[in-house]
Design a protein around this ligand. Sequence first.
Ligand code: COA
Length: 525
Amino acid sequence: MVDTGSETYRANYAWMTREIDRLRAELKRSTEGGGAKYNERHKARGKLLPRERIEALLDEGSYFLEIAPLAGIGMEGEVPGAGIIGGIGLVENRECLIIANEATAKGGATGEPGLIKNARLADVARENRLPTILLVEAAGADLPQQSKVFVPGGRGFREITRRSKLRIPTISVVFGPSTAGGAYLPGMSDYVVMVRKRASVYLAGPPLVKMATGETADEESLGGAEMHSRVSGLSDFLADSELDGLRIAREIVSHFNLPKPTVEMAPVEEPLYPAEELLGIASADPRVPFEAREIIARIVDGSRFTEFKAQYGTTLVTGFAHVHGFPVGILANNGVLMSESAAKGAQFIALANQQNIPLLFLQNITGFMVGRSYEEQGIIRNGAKLINAVSNSTVPAITIMIGGSYGAGNYAMCGRAYDPRFLFTWPNHRIAVMGPQQLAGVMDIVKREGAARQGMAVDEEQLTSQKKALEDQITRESDPYFATARVWDDGIIDPRDTRTVLAISLSAALNRTVEGTMEWGVFRH
Ligand code: COA
């Protein structure tokens, strides 16, 4: 039972509320595109803003689960949302991935964070078999950043056609100038819609053509929607206006014949305990543990959780439940990972695969247990079992980082490198190879031992300031905003939205047939 009157609960609640305010402010800032001046200019040209295009495309009342809305935050050459808006919503009652260029920021050009975000969005489309609708108005590469984006940027175009081969269609609706890289977005798509008198798609714009060949051409004759629809054949549908283009995209989607695979659903029930209490349960300090079952009780249907091996390997809670009617197998940290908990987790993952049940990882992990007796008992061997199971599991997995994510615990609990279909974090999330104090402490010991081996005296003042600087650096780098800027996750969420975010993610993931495996690498016994 949670004591909502306790000092700890109240302190956590107050801290989390402040952090949610910060999150809301950052999310709002991420929607401002290139700022008032460029937004006004865009509107004065009679154009819809990228977010208005998305709204007009979506079914009335549809959700829109944004992926990595804070990508690039605090990074060099920051542009809101890294210059792209990407997310999942309903079009003609079908789940689609929608990607819109933020045309008011640097003409919709893509820099390094934008490239990383684009790659992630391509993964979301491919892994979940989601049709993609690109709302294109893109100046191609961010030219001053060309050395960072040119070579890896090619992958985005390759991904569109590889998805096409997997029968995952892409529709491009072109609203404005789309140059060079921007031109290959429609170029590689399965369906291209161009808006009359607005879209212009060319490898090089008039100034570059003039420089390269001396030819004089205007935008419309070089790459206008009429020319591409009547002459070059790059455009498949000529739209009269932006709204007409979006209508055509919806019509194309309505003809798709991609029936959604089914899973056995249960009736949806609200949890018995309020989501609001998650704010006071989750620790503000990642070093302070909290009870995973209290989190589960506020996320799953009817707060019903069939716990597996409740008395064994108790630092990992495992069991079956439903979220919005979707079946899930949950693995949640309840302390440091021990040999028994790791082996239990591996067994549980195999059970979920046997029954084609999606997995939900709730990460709050400082790492695996260290120390002589634990090494003797085979903590590495047992940890490897869990990592083997996570690596080879083929049911969809969703990871929510509800606290710390340190060391190999990040890997064993399906961190980013293990390709969960979706990965979201809470504002109290911290991520690093280890905590800042521990890391700085380790380096301090290493330096002292190095000096002792060489018979040198240590400069205490210098070591102390180095230790402090390193601790500060790791604290900065462990911050959830540092992580989300680099798209190590799909976004920071308000803990109260976890159940909704999970439901949308699970539903999206189930566009691909769930086929659990019974084949694993060699388990070390
Ligand atoms: N990289 C970096 N910044 C770019 C950019 C690019 N590819 N394209 C445009 N910008 C910047 C502009 O410098 C301008 O910045 P400023 O306002 O601080 O001076 C801002 O984005 C808006 O550009 P602007 O030209 O005023 O917008 P527009 O809507 O009138 O025209 C384009 C948009 C895309 C037609 C035009 O900017 C353009 O032709 N860009 C170059 C496209 C190109 O050749 N890309 C090749 C990529 S490989």
